[in-house]
Design a protein around this ligand. Structure first.
Ligand SMILES: NC(=O)c1ccc[n+]([C@@H]2O[C@H](COP(=O)([O-])OP(=O)(O)OC[C@H]3O[C@@H](n4cnc5c(N)ncnc54)[C@H](OP(=O)(O)O)[C@@H]3O)[C@@H](O)[C@H]2O)c1
Length: 244
């Protein structure tokens, strides 16, 4: 499929996991992709694997000057931007009683503030036909022990899309939330461990974790004109976890 032929995309957190799988899929569908993240080695390895239609910019979504450098690089090489996949995210698990200010700051700085400025700073390069994809989670609509701060940050992301769809009226730019369920990535392993991953896999009707490419395929749908009448929506790709 060539649904993204000639399009330019930014994928934050695009060096690993879901973001990397999405980058591969976007490029397969014809896009030119800028990936963004904090670890140079991970970016270098990803660009080597993704090939000539990928570029990497090093930086943090919580640092506004880094985001300015990202979009300056996009403008310099491509002029305009069609797709933003605000995928960078973080999460750690602490039950009520043990929540720390550091955990809250890190989670909200990345997942809420980072998502907000990733999108806001992209807007001057975007126009008619643009697609913004925010990354939610099945955790944003469910409750689970020790998940409260991560889940609250993803519930916040869900609302950003509802409100921004209104703010974007008349621009031709759509904004949707992609909400994965448990997906086999570094983040999931670090957050819940091998045993936790097995337990999560057993909790949804499909009884397994998603492969990152299954989330990347849904991101490509939201990025493309196949989803042209969708905005402010949440697309759950969660094996049914948060739907039953
Ligand atoms: N895996 C799951 O089960 C699952 C389920 C639901 C939702 N999600 C969401 O999916 C998204 C991707 O996660 P993943 O599972 O693919 O995990 P991952 O492989 O750990 O990817 C996270 C990516 O985000 C980047 N990142 C983190 N903080 C950043 C920052 N401040 N600035 C720039 N980049 C940053 C990381 O790169 P650097 O560390 O190099 O910066 C990494 O490439 C996250 O938003 C996550 O909450 C995941």
């Amino acid at each position: 499929m060539n649904r993204l032929l000639g399009k330019t995309a930014v994928i934050t957190g695009g060096a690993t996991g879901i973001g990397h799988a999405a980058a591969r899929r976007f490029i397969e569908e014809g896009a030119f992709v800028f990936i963004f993240g904090r670890r140079q080695e991970a970016l270098d390895a990803a660009v080597a694997e993704l090939g000539p239609n990928a570029r990497a910019v090093k930086g943090s979504v919580s640092d506004l000057a880094d985001l300015d450098r990202l979009y300056a690089a996009v403008k310099a090489e491509r002029g305009t931007l069609d797709i933003v996949f605000a995928n960078a995210g973080t999460g750690s698990l602490l039950p009520l009683g043990e929540i720390t200010a550091e955990q809250m700051d890190e989670t909200f700085e990345t997942n809420v503030k980072g998502t907000t400025f990733t999108v806001q700073k992209a807007l001057p390069l975007m126009g008619q036909g643009g697609s913004i994809i925010l990354t939610g989670s099945s955790a944003g609509t469910t409750g689970a022990p020790a998940f409260s701060i991560y889940s609250a940050s993803k519930a916040a992301v869900r609302n950003l899309a509802r409100s921004w769809a209104e703010d974007l009226k008349g621009t031709g730019i759509r904004v949707n939330v992609l909400s994965p369920g448990p997906t086999a990535t570094e983040l999931a392993k670090a957050a819940v461990g091998e045993e936790g991953m097995k337990a999560f896999a057993a909790m949804n009707p499909l009884q397994r974790m998603a492969e990152p490419m299954e989330i990347g395929a849904a991101a490509a749908f939201l990025a493309s004109s196949d989803s042209s009448f969708m905005t402010a929506s949440e697309l759950a790709v969660d094996g049914g976890l948060a739907q039953i």
